[in-house]
Design a binder for this molecule. Structure first.
Ligand code: HEC
Length: 273
């Protein structure tokens, strides 16, 4: 009796499963799933023309570029985005001297919470302080940029492509997906995951900053420079990591040669083994 019951229960489940698979296959054929607007129009990030100096096995940061990128960050992006993991004295690693670091820090007011009175006072920045939080009144939430090149797929390429990727919504998109019109207050950008971003185009025209090394500040140049700078903030030890990698490889090669020579030495003259 129990045996028959269990066979019946098994049959019931098999039938239910077959039915639902069949139904799924039928509706897939009669109504194939529609391509979404993101699938159709999202673009993958790409490098600037000429690439980034720090990519590849021998890649290294270019301090001139990092300083230009810092200028773009501090004059444009810092209006909305914080950089809370970076201390002013860290900037020495990209070629600023002590006096320059002090002068940069002194331009910022650092809020300081006094636990005894509960008051928040502020003092002029010192080399040891970190970049202060940014008060942002607009719509959307500008993320802290310290680690953004690690937090997004594509890293520096993504930041570069996002900054240079603002465009009119393609007519074809509106024709195929009339309901996907960019809402008021958002901006079309095919590199952003859902195609509509709350950040207004920050680098909208050439010469928004003036570079002291004579480099022409085109939109693409400023975007590449700030993307490079944000790669440094997220991984300041990148150069060191690559150098160490080569040293380790060299050592392994040496150790392998040594082991091979020892092997030859031990088995020398013992033919037939
Ligand atoms: C007027 C304010 C404003 C300025 C200036 C600004 N941003 Fe933004 N940014 C935003 C806002 C708001 C968001 C959040 C967008 C969203 O989630 O839709 C954002 C998001 C971002 C993101 C994250 C995108 C993602 O994938 O989530 C990056 C990267 C970024 N900004 C980089 C920059 C850089 C680099 C600059 C300077 C060249 C800059 N921003 C200047 C407001 C600003």
């Amino acid at each position: 009796m129990i045996r028959i019951l269990s066979i019946l229960v098994g049959l019931f489940f098999s039938a239910a499963l077959t039915w639902s698979v069949g139904l799924g296959a039928y509706s897939y054929v009669t109504e194939p799933p529609k391509e979404t607007v993101e699938e159709a129009f999202h673009l993958h990030p790409h490098e600037p023309a000429g690439g980034f100096s720090f990519n590849g096995l021998f890649g290294k940061f270019d301090n001139q570029q990092l300083q230009r990128g810092f200028k773009v960050y501090s004059e444009v992006c810092a209006n909305c985005h914080a950089l809370k993991l970076v201390a002013f004295r860290d900037l020495k690693a990209i070629g600023y001297n002590d006096d320059e670091v002090k002068a940069i820090a002194a331009k910022y007011q650092i809020p300081e919470y006094d636990p005894t009175t509960g008051e928040v006072k502020s003092h002029a920045g010192l080399a040891k302080d970190r970049f202060p939080p940014v008060v942002y009144a607009g719509s959307g939430h500008p993320p802290d940029l310290s680690l953004v090149t690690k937090a997004r797929h594509g890293g520096a390429e993504y930041v570069y492509s996002l900054l240079t990727g603002y465009a009119e919504q393609p007519a074809e998109l509106l024709k195929r997906f009339p309901e996907a019109k960019t809402p008021d207050g958002l901006y079309y950008n095919p590199y952003f995951a859902n195609l509509n971003i709350a950040m207004p185009e920050p680098l909208a025209s050439d010469d928004q900053v003036t570079y002291s090394d004579g480099t022409k500040a085109t939109k693409a140049q400023m975007a590449a420079d700030v993307a490079a700078f944000l790669t440094w903030t997220a991984e300041p030890k990148l150069d060191k990591r690559k150098q160490t990698g080569w040293a380790v490889l060299g050592f392994l090669l040496f150790a392998t040669t040594l082991a091979y020579m020892a092997y030859r030495n031990i088995w020398a003259g013992k033919k037939g083994h």
